[in-house]
Design a protein. Sequence first.
Length: 360
Amino acid sequence: MTIVSLCRFVRDIWDRAMDRCYHLFPCLSDPVRRSSLGLKLALVTLHLIYAGILFLFDEGLIEKTKQEPWYTSLYLCLFFATLVQYFITSSSSPGYVIDAMRTINEANSRMQKAAMASKQPASSNNGSLVITVDGSQSGKNLLASNSMSWSKVVMDMYPPGTSARTWTCSYCNVEQPPRAKHCHDCDKCVLQFDHHCVWLGTCIGQGNHCRFWWYICEETALCLWTGILYISYLKANISRAWLLLCQDHYLERWKDAVMIVLLITLSISLIFLLLLLIFHSYLILTNQTTYELVRRRRIPYLRGIPERVYPFSKGVCTNLYDFCCARGSIYKMESLPTAQEIHEKSRPYSCLDVMTCRCC
Ligand SMILES: [Zn+2]
Ligand SMILES: [Zn+2]
């Protein structure tokens, strides 16, 4: 049997095995879903390796677990909560423009039908709080009182005279509200687009930014706690390690070497996560997105606005409240600020502003 025929034989077996696998699990036939599942599997494996080795090598931790079970229980709770948060965030919708458009158009047609049936104008009872628009006409609840098409809603969010080409996506041909952007990985426009997260396999936008922040917060805490446990193990073994250096206890030294390598990689991950957490906390407090911050000079609606002015910020407290607690509507969109609002925000701080907490 030649090498070529052997390769063909192996490939045939592999193809048949894969076909059977796709038949049993149809979701695996899609390459996107396959890579997403692979990512999730890699993440769970990584977590299991870091925590598993700790419990496997650290006899002191096992002893501590027997004496103080609450300590290990708390650690395991954080471990599982982080994994659950990861799966929830990766499977949540970032808030696609197409979904918002469909929602508003469907509600609009429902209201029109109801109005025609009763021969009366649509009342506020017919509309549910589906979409809210913040801006100069602050707190306007669409569909609560008027029926409006998606195009009209989007048009009203831009200054008068803005060309329709400015807000129409050239890829999916939908009208984008301000702060929305087309994601080439998802092939959809995302409301308040932040970035496409490869690690989560989804976009981060208006719909899941809060969940994303909680995920990195939990992951940072878990990383920090695991790092402390690794350091405690190495600290307890360091004097013993020096003694064992003169003897033939290779297994102990090998264990320590593995723990040191894992601790180094863990420390690098922790620094990255901490920076990411601080960065996203800053974005939340100033009501910005990563995309707006990085591409500030290239985004038409941010051009000409002074560097230190955050056009969508409503004050630190309101920004934080909106981010964490404002769950009144499914989709929340923001109008572009007027020239007067930008002028007001760019005004230098006076003593009175500091005393009245203008930034809050
Ligand atoms: Zn698009
Ligand atoms: Zn995306």
